[in-house]
Design a protein around this ligand. Structure first.
Ligand code: COI
Length: 356
């Protein structure tokens, strides 16, 4: 296969323990970087907008011009995908084509050439296969895969970079929040905004993330799990949290803000919308005023890194609003369905998973 032929280019082969797994304390994984064996690299120069044949090579630091477009002007996109180990040991990828398509939309916005969907998905598969000993045992977490597209060429004036590099690296992970699977406590931020009309909030630019760190750090220092952002025009409608989309539940109706330009088009968000409709819920993608929180039964967050996370409380203007959480909740049913498909425990009737 293409994956194994690329691997032959790699000189050092990694050590494997007897059970074929890397030496990791699988019961104590969080969401920190665990350096793996291999990464994938593919380049594109300005002569044409096509990426050359990429290759798997040892995971290492990269060399970059101080004048590169990504370092000076933030010309870069990231993605997040998870690979899960089935109970029989085989590995499933969840909807990597959706991340490839989202990167295409983001690349167009950021004036970058982009790998084709086939190139992207093949690179992800090769990276996972090369690092298969880092995919956690079934039920212990997942391999979080991070594709990156950056303007790697040197440029001084403000313009698109003359060269682009596409990387894929990965790390074994478990729960994103230190709370684990316990309900999150969110804080509604009123000073800083994540995204503005006409900006880049709907695509996964690297430059969307550093600006949220200030509000996030402030909220964490006050004991909150994450920040919930409002829209920057009316300062009234829910947008999303720092690293995930938001949903509210009232009776049989599940609502989430629409992807109208400022909301990240989350793959988990879209999957949950579809699963919820299949389960008979009415799903509305609409503007949600922050005041509606007072009336909501449940609130939950979704994202690739985050998964589906219940929210126990939201604090808005010094008022703490609490929500139902726990076993019988809508959120918990949606979570079990999604994770069941991702881990191969529930039949995937939608063709969302790819076995590699
Ligand atoms: C993801 O959910 O994959 C993300 O990229 C969010 C990131 C801030 C961890």
């Amino acid at each position: 296969s293409q994956a194994s032929s690329s691997l032959q280019q790699v000189s050092e082969s990694p050590d494997c323990s007897e059970d074929g797994y890397a030496d990791v304390d699988w019961d104590n994984l969080g969401f920190g970087l665990v350096p793996i064996d291999y990464m994938y690299i593919m380049k594109c120069t300005e002569d044409d907008d096509k990426f050359e044949q990429g290759k798997v090579s040892r995971y290492r630091n990269i060399e970059l011009s101080p004048a590169s477009g990504v370092l000076n002007y933030g010309q870069g996109l990231l993605e997040g995908i998870k690979a899960y180990r089935k109970e029989d040991g085989r590995i499933l990828l969840f909807r990597p084509d959706q991340n490839a398509l989202r990167m295409k939309v983001g690349a167009e916005r950021m004036c970058m050439p982009c790998p084709s969907v086939d190139q992207f998905v093949d690179a992800v598969k090769q990276t996972v296969l090369a690092n298969r000993r880092w995919v956690p045992p079934s039920g212990k977490g997942s391999l979080y895969i991070r594709p990156l597209l950056i303007g790697s060429g040197a440029i001084l004036g403000l313009a698109p970079s003359p060269e682009y590099t596409f990387f894929v690296y990965a790390s074994p992970v478990a729960n994103y929040f230190k709370e684990g699977l316990a309900p999150l406590n969110l804080y509604v931020e009123e000073e800083f905004f994540r995204s503005s009309r006409g900006g880049t909030g709907s695509v996964k630019t690297i430059s969307n993330y550093a600006p949220v760190m200030k509000a996030l750090g402030r909220a964490k220092s006050r004991g909150f799990s994450d920040v919930l952002y409002l829209d920057s025009v009316n300062k009234k409608y829910l947008e999303e949290a720092s690293a995930c989309n938001i949903f509210i539940v009232k009776g049989n109706v599940i609502s989430t803000p629409p992807t109208n330009g400022t909301i990240l088009a989350g793959v988990t968000r879209r999957s949950i919308v579809e699963i919820a409709r299949d389960l008979g819920y009415q799903v509305e993608e609409r503007s949600i005023a922050v005041d509606e929180l007072s009336d909501a039964d449940e609130v939950f967050c979704t994202g690739t890194a985050v998964g589906v996370a219940p929210v126990g409380s939201v604090t808005y203007q010094d008022r703490r609003i609490e929500f139902r959480t726990g076993g019988g909740c809508v959120c918990s049913g949606l979570y079990s369905n999604l994770v069941g498909i991702q881990r191969g425990l529930i039949e995937d009737k939608k063709g969302w998973t790819i076995e590699i």
